[in-house]
Write a protein that binds this ligand. Structure first.
Ligand code: GDP
Ligand code: MG
Ligand code: K
Length: 268
């Protein structure tokens, strides 16, 4: 088995990676780029863990971020482990949504719970489970708390209920059109994911498509961009997608992050 560890920069990825693997990692190479590929063996399991570069988005805006799209499309794996810093929950969820949309088996590890509690806040995992059907584990990677649960539950990863965020009529119409232009499913990635990434401007996805398919999809992206700008709903297509995600994230945040009764709260 093989799992991909994915998260924003500075969320405790290396700390969790070391806790899961006992720091037995070896460094490899991603083809074509100078970014290191860290591969470790998960303690007590016949499973490999691959550490991906920290990123705020699957849609690349740097060489590091390009590696994430490349790996998601080209590597073989059984699932993702998304590490979330609960003290920066809202910011982290933008990447999480992009991973959820792939509808690949994924565990979410909610890290820095100790630091969240110090801020007078708790994380309501039951509430979060009403928004996402994934395996969820609260961890404090630095203290090693929750790490054994992560290992145990890796055996049970599956897509219980596909994740689907609604982007509004204009974008949904474009998604439907692009899905029809994507000929085959790659790496169990949802075609809807490919469509949304195309609309966000992730050129990495075209590596799996022919020039003809690319041209047709880019036409849909271009038309949709004009429609969004003309409608005045957002300044750009990317902006419109971002706004829909932000609305969902705001709801999830309100539902899941709660003050500890009697504690002095320090806000995010
Ligand atoms: P990466 O950039 O995602 O690889 O993050 P690191 O593993 O390097 O961690 C970034 C910082 O967060 C380090 O100072 C860690 O010691 C700290 N850190 C990691 N996990 C936790 C945790 O569970 N609680 C707290 N309070 N700090 C943590
Ligand atoms: Mg790191
Ligand atoms: K390389």
């Amino acid at each position: 088995m093989r799992f991909m560890l994915i998260g924003n920069p500075n969320v405790g990825k290396t700390t969790l990676f070391n806790a899961l693997t006992g720091a037995n990692a070896h460094v490899g190479n991603w083809s074509g780029v100078t970014v290191d590929k860290l591969v470790g063996s998960i303690k007590g399991k016949k499973a490999e863990l691959i550490d991906l570069p920290g990123t705020y988005s699957v849609t690349p805006s740097s060489e590091d971020e390009g590696v994430v799209t490349y790996a998601i499309i080209n590597e073989s794996y059984n699932g993702f482990i998304n590490i979330i810093d609960t003290t920066h929950f809202k910011r982290n969820l933008h990447l999480t949504i992009q991973l959820l949309e792939a509808n690949v088996p994924m565990m979410m590890t909610l890290n820095m719970i100790d630091a969240l509690n110090k801020k007078g806040l708790t994380f309501d995992i039951k509430k979060f489970n009403e928004y996402v059907s994934n395996e969820l584990v609260l961890v404090s990677a630095r203290k090693g708390e929750g790490v054994s649960q992560v290992v145990d539950r890796l055996d049970h990863l599956s897509v219980k209920k596909p994740f689907r965020l609604y982007y509004g009529l204009t974008i949904e119409k474009a998604i439907t059109q692009i899905i029809e232009l994507v000929p085959q499913t790659v790496n169990q990635l949802d075609k809807r994911w490919v469509a949304i990434q195309a609309l966000e401007g992730n050129d990495g996805i075209y590596s799996i498509l022919s020039d003809e398919e690319k041209k047709k999809i880019q036409q849909v992206v271009c038309t949709t961009e004009s429609q969004i700008v003309e409608s005045g709903d957002a300044l750009s297509l990317k902006g419109a997608i971002f706004n829909k995600r932000r609305e969902w994230i705001h709801q999830v945040y309100q539902a899941c992050i709660k003050p500890i009764p009697g504690a002095k709260v320090e806000n995010e």
